[in-house]
Design a protein around this ligand. Sequence first.
Ligand code: ASP
Length: 338
Amino acid sequence: MRILLIYTGGTIGMVHDSDSGTFIPFDFENLQAQIPELKQLDCELEVHSYEPSIDSSNMHPKVWIQLAETIESAYDDYDGFVILHGSDTMAYTASALSFLLENLNKPVVLTGSQLPSGVPRTDAKENLITAIEIASSYRGGKPVVPEVCVYFEYQLYRGNRTHKVNAENFEAFASVNYPPLAEAGVHLKFNRTAVKSWREGSLIAHKNYNPNIGVLKLYPGISESIVKNTLNHPETEAVILETFGSGNAPTSPWFLKAIAEATARGLLVLNITQCVGGAVELGRYETSKSLKDFGVLSGQDMTFEAAVTKLMFVLAQTEDASERMALITTNLRGEMTL
Ligand code: ASP
């Protein structure tokens, strides 16, 4: 098996800088020195390092496009891809890649660690070695996990279903609305029914994104001016409305009027819930019925990360409003349950 290891940065390759007292990105050679087992793996490993490596809080859609391009140009030469990435925004990159890489039929496994590879109790070694094993898992000539996924602390998740839930524990990620694709114990146990099936078709790597989105997170007492400023920003083409429970929002006349005017003007409003589990059900309560009537779209059980990256992807695909709405409400890459 030939695996391309793409190193973008993150704690997994960081070192402690005694001058500043912080963790700073370091190069891949450091990681290889810390994990000599990499040389013993039963696969051919090649490395593509991003220079300079970055803390993932500096992640940007431009890098998502670069990653899609790197995978596209190496696609035929490798059996799988492992992306080393900081955990902070890993769920965004995994979600973005799932949309950018259409017809993906090979494993793209993102991983990282909570502690740098050189620290005695590090989680880097297990995460990296198992991620490589997953990317090299083939049965009957076909990859076992032909999709973008995140491996962290013994769990493999569908990438666009993940959310970073913990900055302290080694179990940093959760996928509340979709079961794990695999669990690593003594054996690597794949959940075959949860993994996307292999499909015919060549990879299409999309290379455009449109960042003109806004986010309106509701909270009791949110002011009219905050709501209006977000909905009426001149560059904004779509807004994620982060609602309560199963998609509920205040019923104050000024709030409903602001939403009604925004959608009537052509602004796309996508409703996702602030809850980490469960889905938006527009019209279940009186407090979401008007949103439905005003044309607010249901994000179902999508994560915030999937909603952000899906909107950036969809807005770049077409300028036609009804095509955009159709794409947003379609389950494109297993990111939502319909
Ligand atoms: N700040 C780091 C990053 O996201 C944290 C990590 O790697 O887990 O790049």
